[in-house]
Design a protein around this ligand. Structure first.
Ligand SMILES: *Cc1c(COP(=O)(O)O)cnc(C)c1O
Length: 480
């Protein structure tokens, strides 16, 4: 069994084994004609159930054959141009190469003595990101597992910096279309159940700053303490960007921590054409970026950045065995001092490889392409009487719903749209997402693949209309 340990004597086994796996994935990429096969849970579960984990196959090729059957054949492929559902990007090859290297070397980024250069590479990428944001000389940050963790850590710092340690009185302000991780964080941080104050958005799905000002005022009048305002730069559903300069103004007026959740909108940090859309982000106290959303990076790759490096001390604990206090004096860079995690992947390497091979403009151009594609999709939808489209895109998301001319019952239209999404998924021809707007069911394209064309969108809209019409036809039959 020692032949399976990666070391000096097994380098050749490693090369062969990993190459075999890469060959399978490469073959898959070359032949995948749909984003999904439409496999059902009921069809797949028994195949996985029947595998006896206590009876190993002892042979890599056999295991890869089995993997084809239980995973590769029916996986949901984000690289396919008709995968239009969630915030999953196709990944760039330099990042995948980075992933292969980082897992083989297996550095752990908690301490210098488990990573060496890895720590410095991560720090340089943090500095690169804070410079792109414009957070200033004292900025810092750390890679995280994702936007959820970044938001949690940012709000932890905000809680610790707040003017009271009576957690029950703290309030967090976020728009009604902010990410649910804000509420989850509030719960984890021991805030009260009604700690997150939901601020309404306008038709453009951006936070209404007049309402925010009103709520901040009321908070103080009620003897409560505003802890943080979470501005979303790229809402998950609409890609809308809250008015950052106005929010920054209010935050400084009320002395409130400004957090910008740019999990999605961070792609604009590399944009060649649209960087201006997140102007004001530089005034944040903390920022969430998800490179795995809009930098074409494999999951996980994310970071939390702060304007004032000193605030990261709120996540610092010293353990004698790992990062004793004296190491701070010795200036040994231990990233665990800044992180909620201990053992931590060297995810930064993927971004490093990407920037070194493609450059920031290379990534930014890809992101600009999907933003442009969204505008074309919007025009397509706006001109199509079969569809109602919600808001002109700022990033790369389109929310719309099929509205048959002959049907007036909104609940029936809801059902037709829900059915269309399900039927499309079951066909595997395309994958789209869904959400609710004003209590009604809508469908969503999240465009993150520069390979998607207007033609793809047009075909998928026809498929959706076809499924919805079929549902309505059958529904008529049922009624008569
Ligand atoms: C996706 C998303 C998150 C959560 O990020 P994960 O990486 O999925 O944990 C947070 N905020 C926004 C706006 C998002 O779109």
């Amino acid at each position: 069994m020692r032949s399976h340990l990666l070391n000096d004597t097994t380098a050749e086994h490693y090369r062969r084994s990993v190459t075999e796996g890469i060959e399978r994935v490469a073959a898959k990429l070359a032949t995948t004609s749909r984003p999904f096969t439409g496999v059902t849970v009921d069809a797949l579960a028994p195949r996985i159930d029947e595998i006896d984990l206590d009876k190993p196959l002892l042979d890599t090729a056999a295991v890869l054959d089995e993997l084809e059957d239980v995973y590769l054949r029916d996986a949901v492929y984000f690289h396919h141009p008709r995968y239009l559902a969630h915030l999953n990007c196709p990944v760039v090859i330099p990042a995948v190469l980075g992933e292969a290297i980082l897992s083989a070397v297996n550095s752990s980024l908690d301490t210098w003595d488990q990573s060496a250069g890895g720590t410095l590479i991560e720090r340089k990428l943090i500095d690169w990101t804070t410079a792109r944001i414009g957070l200033g000389e004292n900025a810092d940050g750390v890679f995280t597992s994702g936007g959820t963790q970044s938001n949690l850590q940012a709000l932890l710092l905000a809680r610790e910096e707040a003017k009271t340690d009576d957690f029950g009185r703290l309030r967090v302000f976020a728009s009604e279309v902010s990410h649910f991780s804000v509420k989850k964080s509030a719960k984890l941080l021991g805030l009260s159940q009604d700690a997150v104050v939901s601020i309404p958005v306008g038709h453009d799905k951006r936070m209404q700053t007049v309402a925010l000002a009103h709520e901040l005022e009321r908070c103080e009048q009620d003897g409560l303490v505003p802890m943080a305002v979470v501005a979303t730069a790229g809402t998950t559903d609409f890609g809308s960007i809250d008015p950052l300069p106005e929010i920054a103004e209010l935050c400084s007026q009320y002395g409130v921590w400004m957090h910008v959740d740019a999990a999605y909108g961070c792609g604009l940090l590399a944009s060649v054409k649209y960087r201006g859309r997140i102007d004001g982000i530089e005034r944040a106290d903390s920022v969430t970026v998800d490179y795995h959303k809009s930098f074409f990076q494999p999951v996980s790759s994310s970071a939390v950045l702060v304007k004032d490096a000193a605030t990261l001390r709120h996540a610092t604990y010293h353990a004698e065995y790992l990062n004793p206090r004296r190491m701070v004096q010795e200036r040994i860079p231990n990233q665990v001092d800044k992180s909620l995690q201990t053992t931590r992947r060297f995810d930064a390497l993927k971004l490093w490889m990407t920037l070194r091979v493609m450059g920031a403009d290379g990534i930014g151009q890809l992101f600009d392409e999907v933003c442009d594609l969204a505008v074309e999709g919007w025009q397509l939808l706006a001109a199509d009487p079969r569809f109602d489209v919600v808001v002109e895109p700022t990033l790369s998301t389109l929310v719309f719903r099929y509205i048959p001319a002959a049907v007036t019952d909104p609940a029936e239209i809801d059902r037709a749209n829900l059915y269309a999404r399900k039927a499309l998924f079951a066909s595997g021809d395309a994958v789209v997402a869904g959400t609710k707007v004003g209590g009604r069911h809508y469908l969503k394209f999240t465009l993150l693949n520069p390979e998607t064309t207007v033609e793809d969108m047009s075909v998928v809209l026809d498929l959706i209309a076809g499924h919805a019409e079929q549902y309505l036809g059958e529904s008529l039959d049922r009624a008569s």
